[in-house]
Design a protein around this ligand. Sequence first.
Ligand code: SF4
Length: 466
Amino acid sequence: MVDLVPPHTLLSKAALSLDRPAMQPGTYFIQTWGCQMNEEDSEQMALHLEDLGFRPITDLFTAQVVILNTCSVRKKPEDKAFSLLGELIPLKRANPEMILGVCGCMAQARADEIHRRAPHVDFVLGTGDLGLLPNLVTEAAQRKKFQKRVALPERKGRVVEDVPQRHLGRPQKLKAFVPIQYGCDKFCTYCIVPTTRGRERSRPTQDILDEVRALADNGTKEISLLGQTVNSYGKNLLEGRVPFSELLWKIAEIDGIERIRYTSPYPKDFKRDLIETIRDCPKVMEHVHMPLQSGDNEVLRAMKRAYTREQFFDLVDELRGTIPNVSLTTDMIVGFPGETDEQFENSVDAMDRVRFDGAYMFAYSIRPGTPAGDAENQIAEDVKKARLRRMMDRQDDVTREINLAQHGREVEVMVEGVSIRNPDRLQGFSREWKMVHFAGSAERTGRLARVRVTDSKVWGFEGELV
Ligand code: SF4
């Protein structure tokens, strides 16, 4: 399952008032919802638009090219996208040169509906090939008469070479996402991803290494490898099977890269070689984000997750028994169709048993077209909300307790710069993926620092330089 990040801040409706500045020709704005894969796709789209001569601006309502990069994992981001499309109607009427595109998972799954409900959209581009974006934008800019376009590149099933071409001209940055795998073969019954992103395809190893090398040459020090089930990487490659653990070792050989993360592994595909690689490869961080989703075996079966709670516990024990100081985070869904009070309590019990460092917890969201979305035994919204609240409160307590136990420990931090919460402090993440704040000079940005934990919060640690 993808882990979710908050959508970028939407601009207020006030921006549509009459005294707002006019459209700025040659500019673009991309609104992104959803997972890190979408964030990464938005970066790729930005590079394509910049190749065409467009420059980014921060005001969606004055940009010439507006792209909504959508998410279909839950209902809320889809509602937000449709609501924003409604807000953009008067703007599009007032500025015929404005170019409005909808991309991402919702575009892939609901193209016809988007054009029906939002006929002012110039083009809909699915997740299959972002390289089509320059053509779509150029066509929209050149044509005299409005004409809708839909680009949903045909999916070729298991064809191993069916992976999008990457634009490698990235801006310099300390941390970068690198997709290693597209689509998913697991078909969990609640999930729309196999429909919107297609079947699982791994990127050729050499392409990944070339991209990481280019990033390292440009100053990147931390790489996050992305895939829906990253640890099944490498199954159908033309070059032959390349286990995920082997890919990690190859990336670790690249000079300049100091840290490697990955998200998200699938529990059943977590094998011994990977666990030993996390322990033995100094550049691989000791953080494992492993979605459990439910702590009840019947619900797990209904979700079509291919493990039991007992198997998950065994894996947790093996990880903790092998990797010193490993931190574990997870994804949980409450209110899956038919989930009883007792089954929900089994989830809370499983979380108590594992004691995750943190968790992304969600109320089940109906996704039409999925087996769970079509089920009749849906749980009432107020029940889902109450269960979610209870689970979140419990997890906050556990996170607080775990972090409290770290007082006095020394952690390694990749310094990202001045803290967003407190401009007098620096911030960065530890190897266990805990946010750390501490006093120090901004010149340390981009370097590793040793920090002693002096205080703990739910969000991470306060510390002091060692
Ligand atoms: S189908 Fe299952 S494993 Fe695949 S992306 Fe969806 S939740 Fe994750």
